[in-house]
Design a protein around this ligand. Structure first.
Ligand code: PGA
Length: 255
């Protein structure tokens, strides 16, 4: 079911000590103003999952991983399995982030395997989609999104979709300081709903949570988050500071 989600993607930042400090600050801020209509998720690096999970015990903040491998287990040196992140306390996992697509050549078939495995291991999926600047310039945004939704989510059933959040992250807006305008974000979010309804039926698109990602900051959050089809945000840079992440959570509460 549709819910408001603010998730923080820490990327490759923070030692365990720094991670605990950041989450402690965030918990203090949230204690004074507990969000009523926003699910807050933090996605630290793998190394910090278990200690952060321990700190979050009894808190409403959810824990997410940034990636998993596409096989259950085995001889895959350096990789981390879905059941390991679940065992460490994660309840969410980000899959198909554009940085994984770009630097690790993840394509829709890899992404699809990971999504299936995450769901099997009772992890909620934050599935990232979005076009590059060049694709937007060539008017290919819709084609790219259709392709990503069709192949990335292939084989999912109605029940599976209850555990999936879509993150629309235009690649040109990630870490660049350029954001989509609220209207651009709204337009693509509405399109994603329409395509999911067409591809998967049963009002999958109307019911799914779709968050926006790409240079969301306290200064631009209210405009983006007040769009009707923007069920809040996946935040990178601005989530590394407890206060600015908290301000985005507050924007979610008040829009
Ligand atoms: P950004 O990252 O907020 O730093 O642009 C967003 C993301 O990559 O999820």
């Amino acid at each position: 079911m549709k819910k408001n989600v603010i998730a923080g993607n820490w990327k490759m930042h923070k030692t365990n000590r720094e991670a605990l400090r950041l989450v402690t600050r965030l918990m203090k801020l949230m204690e004074k103003h507990p969000p009523r209509k926003t699910e807050v998720v933090v996605c630290p690096p793998f190394t910090a999952l278990a200690p952060v999970a321990e700190l979050l015990k009894g808190s409403a903040i959810r824990l997410g991983a940034q990636n998993i491998f596409w096989e259950e287990e085995g001889a895959f040196t350096g990789e981390v399995a879905a059941r390991m992140v679940r065992g460490a306390g994660a309840r969410y996992v980000i899959i198909g982030h554009s940085e994984r697509r770009r630097y690790f050549k993840e394509d829709e078939s890899v992404i699809n395997k990971k999504i299936q495995l995450a769901l099997k291991n009772k992890l909620q999926v934050i599935h990232c989609v979005g076009e590059t600047l060049e694709e937007r310039r060539h008017n290919l945004t819709q084609d790219i999104i259709i392709n990503q939704l069709e192949w990335g989510l292939k084989g999912l059933t109605g029940d599976d979709f209850k555990k999936v959040v879509i993150a629309y992250e235009p690649v040109w807006a990630i870490g660049t300081g350029k954001t989509a305008t609220p209207e651009q974000a709204q337009e693509v979010h509405a399109f994603i709903r329409e395509i999911l309804n067409t591809l998967y039926g049963n009002q999958v698109g109307s019911r799914i949570t779709i968050v926006y990602g790409g240079s969301v900051k306290p200064e631009n959050a209210a405009g983006l988050l007040s769009q009707p089809d923007v069920n809040r945000a996946l935040v990178g840079g601005a989530c590394l500071d407890a206060r600015s992440f908290f301000k985005i959570i507050q924007a979610s509460e008040t829009t």
